[in-house]
Design a protein around this ligand. Sequence first.
Ligand code: PHB
Length: 178
Amino acid sequence: MSEFKRLHVSALMEANWEAPDWQQLETTKVGEWLLERHSMTERLKACCETLTVEVIGLHDVDKTSLSDSERALLGDGACLVREVVLSGDDCPWLCARTLVPMSTLTEQEKDIADLGAVPLGQRVFNQANARRDAIEIASLVVDGQELLARRSRLWVNDKPMLVSELFLPHAPIYQEEG
Ligand code: PHB
């Protein structure tokens, strides 16, 4: 699993995020995945029998480690970093890195630090007031392969977190059907 960390998490951290061309993307299947405003977990679950989450990293970063754009989207504070690989029927589909400000991990949201193998989307979208904004996309070359990625901000009880997701080569986003 350290291979994912070395290759895919670092690719996500170096991505050049850009605003999507909504009009053009909205009509495509790839666009439906990239622009999904509700739970990505739900969308992936619909494509397999068993969706599993493996946590490959969980650590704190102080505010000086955030990039300018991360600071603009989250504010200027220390964060918890959660890195996972999601697999559909044992096939790795998605690598995700989430920055959760410490100021989000308060009161009802304290449990987000201890989700373990519970998918983040399952927890967040359980809450009626959950929403997603600031969707950006990127195309990343990992190991010579061009892969799609997106970054978006999730809000729960008006507290933000920033989720970056890299679609691995066997992810349903690349399949013709489904
Ligand atoms: C996570 O559990 O951290 C997670 C799950 C699904 C995603 C992104 C992050 O699409």
